[in-house]
Design a protein around this ligand. Structure first.
Ligand code: NAG
Ligand code: NAG
Ligand code: NAG
Ligand code: NAG
Ligand code: NAG
Ligand code: NAG
Ligand code: NAG
Ligand code: NAG
Ligand code: NAG
Ligand code: NAG
Ligand code: NAG
Length: 360
């Protein structure tokens, strides 16, 4: 099986594009009618592409820049999607994370982790010390990468030389989701049905959360700092991290909770193997909305910079949802197999960029 990532850039432009260039269509209509020489045409094209690339730019008229001379505001209402395929591996991608420097890290079924240079798609570094599949990756507050593996351990990596800084060892079964709490602690969920909060200074267990009958498949940190966890038995629990008790149990899915994401308004969204996504009211544990358009299990969820929710599914699509009315805004359909993992690019980036990993 050949493994592929699609690196998807969303140049999101339902915001206003302020630009002295005309939009491309009008642009070419105009300049194809005018008898420009070839060089001028190429310059105009470069200028227009630069405008589009920047998304929200103000091109200034200058001697070097022969950009079209109109002070127009152009409203562009479309989304451009570019794909780059990173392909340097013979194993399945199981997890993705975006490092603080913008590099992409990916964890594989064959137990290796690769750090990619996204400028040219080359592999910067390969991390090898786990003895089984990598199931999750998380970036700590200090920028270190943490990896959770089926080999029951979590490793913290030194990304300068690829060595292991620390191995966290207390789960009695495979480690599944990882999240970083607001205070910087790392939380890990496991097939052993527990969640462990780790003390990363000492490399030992700070607290074990244990109230369930089922594997932990997803974790998320709420805006108030509480930890939410989703289980194979279809329940979601919100934890009190002061004393490790369960604050609330959310029950309405009919199959495993594969992913949790916190929306910009603080609501929690859950993606389930029952093919739906639910948005929950955390005041009383009721369902606010059920998003229903995937034809197979929902796996990763990611909140985009504009607040939209994106979901990847085993139905091979990524969907972007309108959370006002619960309708699908867009379906991205360029994968030939289920979407396993999604990661959002850096908050600081103006463009929305999303990575998705798939097998082909
Ligand atoms: C894959 O990555 C390795 C380094 O990990 C490199 O030596 C090799 O040339 C790469 N192959 C391709 C096709 O990029
Ligand atoms: C990719 O870019 C990096 C840094 O810019 C460079 O060190 C590396 O040689 C490049 N790799 C390839 C395959 O072009
Ligand atoms: C991980 O690293 C340690 C220390 O270098 C080494 O003893 C061990 O064999 C390595 N394990 C694997 C699976 O590579
Ligand atoms: C990697 O770097 C760290 C700190 O910079 C150092 O302590 C460690 O010995 C290095 N490991 C290897 C294998 O070079
Ligand atoms: C986890 O840590 C506790 C307390 O230190 C210890 O009793 C237990 O055996 C450990 N479990 C595993 C699986 O390492
Ligand atoms: C699990 O949490 C519920 C609700 O807080 C509580 O009633 C129950 O005793 C807990 N069970 C265990 C095994 O901790
Ligand atoms: C944990 O703390 C919460 C709030 O502080 C309290 O309501 C709850 O009863 C406590 N649970 C246990 C088991 O101590
Ligand atoms: C979810 O909630 C709806 C509305 O309250 C209810 O009709 C349905 O049976 C619930 N489904 C499950 C699986 O709990
Ligand atoms: C939960 O609260 C919301 C708004 O606060 C309300 O609309 C809804 O009816 C409540 N649901 C239940 C089951 O109490
Ligand atoms: C998703 O929505 C589209 C457009 O409304 C509809 O044609 C399609 O049947 C829906 N698919 C599923 C699986 O609900
Ligand atoms: C998927 O993307 C690739 C690269 O951009 C493109 O060549 C191919 O036609 C696309 N396939 C579909 C089904 O859209």
């Amino acid at each position: 099986m050949k493994i592929i990532y699609k690196f998807i850039f969303f140049i999101l432009s339902n915001k206003i594009l302020v630009c002295n260039c005309q939009n491309l269509k009008g642009y070419f209509e105009k300049y194809n009618r005018i008898n420009l020489n070839q060089n001028d045409k190429i310059n105009q094209l470069k200028c227009a592409l630069e405008c589009l690339k920047r998304g929200n730019c103000r091109m200034v008229k200058s001697k070097e820049n022969t950009c079209s001379i109109r002070n127009e505001i152009v409203f562009v209402n479309k989304i451009q999607i570019f794909h780059t395929t990173l392909n340097n591996h013979s194993s399945e991608v199981r997890s993705l994370a975006v490092l603080q420097n913008g590099d992409l890290a990916s964890g594989f079924k064959d137990s290796s982790i690769k750090i990619w240079n996204l400028e040219n798609g080359s592999v910067k570094m390969t991390l090898n010390n786990h003895s089984s599949a990598i199931r999750s990756l998380a970036v700590l507050q200090n920028g270190d990468l943490a990896s959770g593996s089926q080999d029951k351990t979590i490793k913290i990596w030194n990304l300068e030389n690829g060595s292991v800084k620390m191995t966290l060892n207390n789960h009695s079964s495979g480690v599944s989701p990882l999240v970083v709490l607001q205070n910087g602690d790392l939380a890990s969920g496991s097939w052993d049905k527990t969640i462990i909060i780790w003390n990363l200074d000492k490399g030992c267990v700070k607290m074990t959360l244990n109230n369930h009958s089922s594997e932990v498949q997803s974790l998320a940190v709420l805006q108030n700092g509480d930890l939410a966890s989703g289980f194979k038995d279809s329940s979601i629990k919100i934890w009190n991290l002061e004393n490790g008790s369960v604050k609330m149990t959310l029950n309405n899915h009919s199959s495993a909770i594969r992913s949790l994401a916190v929306l910009q308004n603080g609501d929690i969204a859950s993606g389930s193997w029952d093919k739906t996504i639910k948005i929950w009211n955390l005041e009383n544990g009721s369902v606010k909305m059920t998003l229903n358009n995937h034809s197979s299990g929902v796996s990763p969820l990611v909140v985009l910079q504009n607040g939209d929710l994106a979901s990847g599914s085993w139905d091979k699509t990524i969907k972007i949802w309108n959370l006002e009315n619960g309708c699908v805004k867009m379906t991205l359909n360029n994968h030939s197999i289920g979407v396993r993992s999604l990661a959002r690019k850096n908050k600081k980036e103006r463009d929305l960029k999303m990575h998705s990993a798939v097998d082909t």
